[in-house]
Design a protein. Structure first.
Length: 264
């Protein structure tokens, strides 16, 4: 039997990456300032002609590394997003299977368990749709309470009338509770803060080198805005996909909603 974990999403992940739009609005000016800072350094200490080739190699390597890190981070975010979608479908399958297996319980117990499963299904849908931390705490508290009641109901039937068929219903309920635990773990599985710190550091260095490497004082300042904007947009997309609750891209509990319509 799995034990529900209260979602401490906001308490465990307080980094700015939890708020993709804010992260974008902060990262873009920071990276642009880094690029402008590079031009100021160039004015104070211009590159000599014999240094340009070596500097170009280092600059290209830094930007290539930045591109690789952005690609890897995007891949990590996508894989975690897909994992959350997979567990949403698994939850729906587990609840639907247990709803059918509840017929194997004694008549009174079957009616109670089915009613509990319908209520539990509604709570799981709210879990995916909730954006309020206070509401989420209430949902998790209700989920924990209802999980205990459902397990107690099937346990009572199993102890009163042990049989192979009732064992199937007990096993199905265990799958329902485990599925919730797997889902919660997937929602906590985020890109590590250390990876974000390294990515941001490389982005700052890359923009600094681009600003330092411009050849003319008359270089259009708008050109220096291109790389910070592109990198910041990449950060926005990665952070949004990696933020299951506070971003713009959310997991739609379509399988749970479809099951709820069928059961009702």
């Amino acid at each position: 039997m799995a034990t529900v974990h209260i979602d401490t999403y906001h308490r465990n992940h307080v980094a700015m990456v939890n708020y993709p739009l804010l992260f974008f609005l902060v990262s873009m000016p920071v990276l642009w300032v880094a690029a402008r800072g590079g031009t100021m350094l160039r004015s104070a200490r211009p590159l000599e002609t014999y240094e340009r080739d070596d500097f170009g190699i280092v600059e290209a390597a830094c930007l290539t590394l930045l591109g690789l890190f952005i690609g890897f981070s995007f891949s990590m975010a996508i894989s975690r997003y897909d994992q959350r979608k997979t567990y949403e479908a698994s939850e729906a399958n587990a609840i639907g299977t247990e709803y059918v297996r509840a017929e194997l319980l004694p008549t009174a117990g079957a009616a109670v368990v089915r009613a509990q499963l319908r209520q539990y299904l509604g709570l799981r849908i709210l879990f995916y749709r909730s954006r309020s931390e206070d509401e989420l705490q209430r949902i998790n508290a209700d989920t924990a309470r209802l999980q205990g009641e459902m397990w107690s109901a099937v346990r009572t039937s199993a102890l009163a009338q042990p049989s192979f068929f009732i064992t199937l219903a007990v096993s199905g309920m265990n799958d329902v509770l485990n599925a919730q635990g797997y889902t919660q773990a997937a929602w906590w599985n985020r890109i590590p803060s250390s990876a974000w710190a390294l990515l941001i550091a490389i982005a700052v260095c890359g923009n600094l080198m681009v600003g330092y490497g411009v050849r003319s004082e008359r270089t259009n300042a708008g050109l220096l805005f291109v790389l910070p904007a592109v990198v910041s947009i990449s950060f926005l997309l990665i952070a949004d996909i990696d933020s299951p609750r506070t971003g713009f891209i959310h997991i739609n509990p379509q399988n749970l909603v479809s099951l709820s319509e069928e059961l009702n």
